[in-house]
Design a binder for this molecule. Structure first.
Ligand code: CA
Length: 446
């Protein structure tokens, strides 16, 4: 049984992750690297109007954090008087522990998050009951995530539309292997877990019964897929592209195929920091907006890839990042190369309008999806609770103020909290005015 040993190693990894999930609060932040651009001087005049000149933000080295990195490196934050220190987080649980500490305790003031982490940290649900109220201020990126499948299931030809590409595959897999198909993500009950669940359930596969879902730290997944200890990984770029590039597996589905211009990761900061520093928060958003606009321009993608590839940021080959930023993917078991920037990561523009704006209708979806899978019983058990929590945590006014001050045309500044109805690849409609109808329409749920 050559496969036994790697699986035990994988279990050990999963155990250490759940141990981290269970606690470790109050420990000094570990394996965190801090960076601030030294080349760009802070605009002293702008800084003199702010309550503070510094903020410490966490990031994870995936493309969702690019607006923070570019904002630091290209001087967009400095231009508005703010010195942003970006700290690389070893994992999502490290980020969570660091935001509980706050920068005054040697941690971070906020940063990049999968949802609904900020909502659940606000409620104490992820933090052993310790409530750390947070504010969601902007979406960092849309799309740019995917589901990678291992070469061991290449014959299955997994795709976005499993009903046509791979009918009955998961039952056949279980019959043949004597165990369920295993799929991983790096943090449970948030974006990546939701994408793989949505994809499976829309294809008639029950994620709680027909497959086994695991939490595995991102750096362990390449080895895990190579060893055959897992067959799929739901993650952010550049991981799916790395898996395809290194011929460990293939890209089965892009999240852009599942939901065009979907909400992905967000900027969220501790409420106490925002309350104490409202002007600095607006300055931060001004820099972020300019950074996101810069990132979406085709002529800047090569430079963005160069910056992000460096050891201190992502430490990933430049070519891989450039391809991904341009929406160039090797898609499917056959590895067909497709270049379509509208299917790649989006930072500013989309067919649904501005990406960065923190629409409450979109941040609410993560809480509705949490109800679907009964992720957080005791914290949100009803739509009314989900809406109330969403209203407490997501804040749109500071984004609007920042956009106005930085010269975003008024036609690009949303005036409502709803992006309107959302349509998924299987025809399901999420109407934020009626989340119950969405929940009712889903055939597979918990
Ligand atoms: Ca992601």
């Amino acid at each position: 049984m050559p496969k036994r040993r790697p699986f035990l190693a994988l279990l050990a990894g999963a155990l250490s992750t759940s141990f981290l999930l269970a606690g470790c609060l109050g420990n000094p932040p570990s394996r965190t690297s801090r960076y601030a651009a030294t080349s760009t001087p802070i605009n002293a005049q702008a800084a003199s109007k702010l309550e503070t000149k510094t903020i410490s933000l966490g990031f994870v080295p995936i493309l969702e954090s690019a607006p923070l990195v570019i904002g630091v490196e290209k001087g967009f934050f400095a231009k508005h008087g703010l010195q942003v220190t970006a700290s690389k987080q070893a994992s999502w649980s490290t980020a969570r522990d660091n935001v509980v500490l706050g920068s005054e305790g040697g941690g971070i003031d906020g940063g990049q998050w999968q949802l609904p982490m900020p909502q659940m940290i606000s409620e104490g649900t992820l933090t052993n009951g310790k409530k750390v109220p947070m504010v969601i201020l902007a979406m960092l990126m849309s799309q740019g995530n995917g589901i990678a499948a291992a070469n061991s299931v290449k014959d299955a030809n997994l795709s976005a539309d499993l009903r046509s590409s791979s009918p009955g595959f998961f039952a056949k897999f279980e019959d043949r292997e004597g165990r369920k198909f295993r799929a991983a993500y790096s943090f449970p009950k948030a974006n990546q877990d939701m994408w793989i669940r949505y994809w499976l359930a829309a294809n008639g596969v029950n994620p709680d019964k027909d497959v086994e879902l695991l939490t595995v730290p991102a750096p362990e997944t390449l080895q895990g897929m190579r060893n055959g200890t897992m067959e799929a990984f739901s993650t952010g770029d550049p991981w799916p592209s790395r898996i395809a590039k290194q011929d460990i597996g293939y890209l089965a589905a892009l999240t852009a195929q599942i939901w065009k211009a979907h909400p992905e990761e967000y900027l969220a900061i501790r409420s106490d920091w925002v309350d104490k520093h409202p002007k600095a928060t607006v300055a931060l958003l001004k820099g972020l907006i300019e950074s996101q606009m810069w990132l979406d321009k085709p002529e800047n993608k090569a430079e963005a890839a160069e910056i992000l590839s460096s050891r201190k940021w992502y430490n990933v080959p430049r070519e891989l990042l450039e391809q991904t930023l341009k929406g160039q993917y090797k898609l499917g078991a056959k590895g067909t190369t497709q270049t379509d920037s509208s299917m790649g990561p989006l930072y500013w523009n989309s067919e649904r309008g501005v990406i960065s704006y923190p629409y409450k209708s979109l941040t609410l979806w993560f809480l509705i999806e949490s109800l679907r899978w009964k992720f957080y019983p005791g914290t949100i058990d009803t739509i009314a609770e989900a809406k109330a929590l969403n209203d407490r945590v997501t804040r749109e006014d500071l984004w609007r103020q920042a956009a106005k001050e930085v010269g975003v045309p008024s036609k690009d500044i949303p005036t409502t909290s709803s992006r309107g109805k959302e349509i998924f690849f299987d025809g399901t409609i999420y109407d934020p005015e009626n989340p119950q109808a969405y929940l009712n329409s889903l055939k597979i749920k918990k």
